[in-house]
Design a protein around this ligand. Structure first.
Ligand SMILES: NC(=O)c1ccc[n+]([C@@H]2O[C@H](COP(=O)([O-])OP(=O)(O)OC[C@H]3O[C@@H](n4cnc5c(N)ncnc54)[C@H](OP(=O)(O)O)[C@@H]3O)[C@@H](O)[C@H]2O)c1
Length: 277
């Protein structure tokens, strides 16, 4: 079985560099998908309250014979639960649905700048970490200004920022801010949702040269940049394929060939304007 490398977060906690995402997987299908992922060797699972499948993740964890201490579970507080007290309540509800006593990583899902409550939400995450209820805390979809604001207000630097990142959206500015503060970069939609990116000639050429699939080339590009990735699939062969990344590498020249693919394309909302409840 593949031994997945870990990234050491800024509070000393180790997080697997490849995890399994379950966005848009219906709750009743999530248990089978997570079980397949754990059987394939994944130890990190990424869900969120708004995905509506924390219970499905929880069932898979409960039925797994892998020790809890070897699993790394992430969930996220949704936009409508921003604010100190609401976030503490949302955390309890997520843990109940997951059937867990403690969480590994809790993230603020979006800053929702119009709401303007993310600093209070962050204070709640700091409290949860101080109380030992979560091993690491972070944010998602935070832009540089949002990061600076929570750091300035609380003095606590997020361990992770989970952002949309793939060869079409390389997030150079955010990655530089992360490096400056010791924040780990976690890429969501690392495969750009499996669309045009996987058919791009630069990717397919590298795939042919290395005898790998386009998805493996893209995931390997992420790993070599130091990103944490959480590819999603409900297809068992792809679940395994997306973890078979540790017996080949891209050369510096290969990496350089993917740099020009950046064109700023987002597959999801823009964090500066996304304020949905
Ligand atoms: N924080 C946030 O705001 C946020 C937003 C979006 C996503 N996320 C997280 O990031 C995770 C991943 O993002 P995502 O689900 O949007 O997109 P993704 O992982 O980039 O792509 C998933 C899509 O690619 C397909 N796929 C997976 N592996 C493949 C392979 N080896 N070859 C060809 N196609 C493949 C999947 O199809 P099948 O499933 O049919 O195999 C699915 O349609 C989510 O599940 C979620 O945990 C977070």
């Amino acid at each position: 079985m593949t031994d997945v490398p870990t990234v050491k977060l800024n509070n000393g906690v180790h997080m697997p560099q490849v995890g399994f995402g379950v966005f848009q997987v219906p709750d009743d299908e999530t248990t089978a998908a997570v079980k397949a992922a754990i059987a394939a060797g994944y130890r990190s699972i990424d869900t969120a309250a708004v995905y509506g499948n924390e219970a499905g993740v929880g069932r898979a964890l409960a039925e797994s014979d892998v020790d809890r201490s070897e699993l790394f579970v992430t969930t996220k507080v949704w936009n409508s639960d921003h604010g100190y007290d609401q976030t503490l309540r949302a955390f309890d509800a997520s843990l109940d649905r997951l059937g867990l006593d403690t969480l590994d990583l809790y993230l603020i899902h979006w800053p929702t700048p119009e709401r303007d409550r993310y600093v209070d939400t962050w204070r709640a995450l700091v409290k949860l970490q101080e109380d030992g209820r979560v091993r690491a805390i972070g944010v998602s979809n935070f832009q540089p200004a949002h990061l600076r604001r929570v750091i300035d207000a609380t003095g606590v630097v997020p361990s992770v920022n989970q952002i949309e990142l793939h060869p079409f959206l390389q997030q150079e500015e955010l990655r530089a801010v992360h490096a400056e503060h010791g924040i780990a970069t976690e890429a969501w939609s690392p495969l750009a949702k499996g669309g045009d990116l996987l058919g791009h000639p630069a990717i397919t050429a590298l795939a042919r040269r290395h005898g790998r699939t386009p998805a493996q080339v893209v995931l390997r590009w992420h790993l070599q940049l130091g990103n944490i990735v959480i590819p999603k699939s409900v297809t068992p062969s792809r679940i395994a394929e997306n973890l078979a990344l540790f017996d080949f590498s891209l050369t510096d020249e290969d990496m350089a060939q993917l740099a020009p693919l950046h064109d700023g394309t987002r597959t999801g909302p823009d964090p500066d304007t996304f304020n949905a409840a």
